[in-house]
Structure formats: structure tokens, C-alpha cells
Design a protein around this ligand. Sequence first.
Ligand code: GLA
Length: 386
Amino acid sequence: MAELAPTPPLGWNSWNMWQGRVDQDKILAAAKALKRHGLRELGYDTVVIDDCWSEPSRDSLGNLVPHKERFKDGIAALAKEVHSQGFKFGIYSCAAEKTCASYLGSYGFEEQDAKLWAGWGVDYLKYDYCFAPTDQATAIERYTRMGDALKKSGRDIVYSLCEWGGRAPHLWGRQAGGQLWRSTPDLFDSWVDVWVDPPGYYGMGVGSAFDYAAPIAPYGGPGGWNDLDMLVIGLKGKGAVHGGGLSQMGYRTHLTLWILACSPLMLGCDLDALGAEELDWLKNAEALAVNQDPLGIPACRVRQQGHGEVWAKPLKDGRVAVGLFNRGSMGLDIDLVAAEIGLLDKAQPVRDLWKRAEAGELAGKRSVRVQPNEGLLWTVGEAKKA
Ligand code: GLA
């Protein structure tokens, strides 16, 4: 079996934009748009249908049936087309009788569904947790059942757990067979948390994601990633997770945290709505290389200074990637201290990855001006030749 998800998955997922309107044309269009925008060649290679793809009943053999109007050619044919565009193909189900949008789930049908998906050419499964008992033991048991079924399915299928972090999946997700686990409530297109009523729950704002990511950083790594949820870049007030929106700076800061935390980078917008600036961030190869670094060490929060934060992530080539964040609404001077990011006091070159430019050096300590809601993405140190 191949090593699954040695680096965080990159791609696109249908939920945020399309919910129950998802159909085969939109899935294929997303694959084509990733290619057209040049994102495929940078590694955004996974296209996932989220909830709402099936008919309300299983067939006489107990198999799930693709929605007859929206997926009229069937999932196998769609997977084949997505593959022929050069992508991996993902699908969705839930560890209960129903999915979050009340479509059919897979509880009790794990082996049958895993075999069906393997036969269809599925490469990735997002497995949700609505309508399931809330205790941790049951979650471990249900996720392990599907993990075992996927292993027996005869196909390499990346397993994305989605119980939203409440039962500490970073502690048991790997043992359950998972390569990634959602560590957060649904991310909303907002800096602050959003109260969603109905049904009555908190959606996470980007500004809160820092506090979800920091304590679990040590648990992520190759083949087992903390998932901060789909990116909200490009949603522009549309879709399932619309909130107040973020400033352009805020969106880039969102991407900066996701990159440093080794979160999967799954876009969720209508890809045709991405602007030139957003595409420029998403296609910044040096920034992406931080997320995809082969060591796979999620950044640790090494300093909190008022509303300022410093995050550090060792890279394979010996440099350290650094995030300098201002979560507040006034400009801040944040101290970057070599010893705190694991470097010696001798002068080291600094590179600003968003500016794609050298940014002086760090010799022991440096005070850095960071604007409100800004996230700077730097590397410090000299890259060693392999
Ligand atoms: C949950 C998940 C979302 C999405 C929806 C689909 O809310 O957290 O990411 O998959 O279900 O119904």
C-alpha cells in the first residue's frame, strides 16, 4: 500500500459553495478550473464531493445509489473523468444512519460502502459525525470500523475524519486509520465566531483558529494531519459558511496560519470567483512548500505578546518558517527571538515569502511591525543543500 497523505492534502471540496446543489458538472468544472488556474501543477490534486450526492434509499442489494438527476452518469464515470483530468477523486459519508444534511450515512454498511467506493475509483473519503452518539468511545469505534473497511477495500483511500475535534481525534485518529482529522467546528467566512441560528451552534472565525491549532500542533505529521477545515478564500459572501467576510489581509493571514499548521488546503469556493491576488497567494510556490515540507512538523506557537503571536516550523533544509501574527485591531511591534525559534544568535538571512523578497536578517532578536489582522510568513536561516 502506498503511504497515504505524506504531506497535507491540497484541492477542492464542494460543500461550502454548493451544498445540495452539487452535481457532476460542477465537480468536473472544479477539476478543470484547478487546471486552468495552474493550481493542479502546484499540487492541488484532490477534488471531493461533500454531502448530498446520493438517492434517499439504498438499492435492492443495499448499495448506495448516486443521485439520479444530479449525478446522472453515476459516480464511477465521474471519477474516471476526474482522474483523466489528473486528479484524485473524493467522496463523503457519515458514521451514522444519516449525514449532516440528512442523506444516507454508512453506519452498519462500512465494508459494503468501502468496497463500492473502491470499485468506483474513489481515492479519498471525508467521514462526518452528525446524528452519532457524542461520547469518545463510540466515535473511536465507529471511525475504526470505517478505517478497517477502507483498508480491506482493495484501494488506497485517504481517510478524512470529521468529528470536529470535540473528542480529541488527534489522539486516536491515526489508530482509527485516518490520515487527517477535523480539529475545529465549521470555519465561517469571518474573522470572529458566528452564531448560526438555526440550528444553533458556533461557527469558527479565522481569529479563533489560532487557539484550536496551537495545543494540537505536536500531534500532526506525515500521514496524520490536524485539519482546520476548508479554506474560505474566494467565497465572497456566498455559500454555507457565509459570515461577515474578512479583509484581504485577513484572508492572507488565514492562509498563512493554515500553511504553517500543516492543515490540508482545500478550497471551497467557486474557483472562477478567485481574484488575481488570491490566486497569487495560492500559487506562491515558496509558501506552499512550507505547508508541504517533507518533515511535516506543524508550527508551534512560541510567543504570545499582547495580541501578537510568533509561530515557528522547522523545515527539512534547516531553515525555520515563521509566522508573525497580529490578532488585534491596532498595529503592533512583535519580538522575533532566535532562541525561541530554535536558532542560534548569529546573523541569519530572512526572507518574506508573501513579498517574495529578502527582508534583512535576524541576529538574536528583532522587533517586527505587524499590522492589524496581518500574518507575515518568513523563513529564517540559510537553506542547506540536500
Ligand atoms: C458538517 C461538516 C461540513 C460539511 C457538512 C455537510 O457540518 O463539518 O464540513 O461536510 O457537514 O453536511
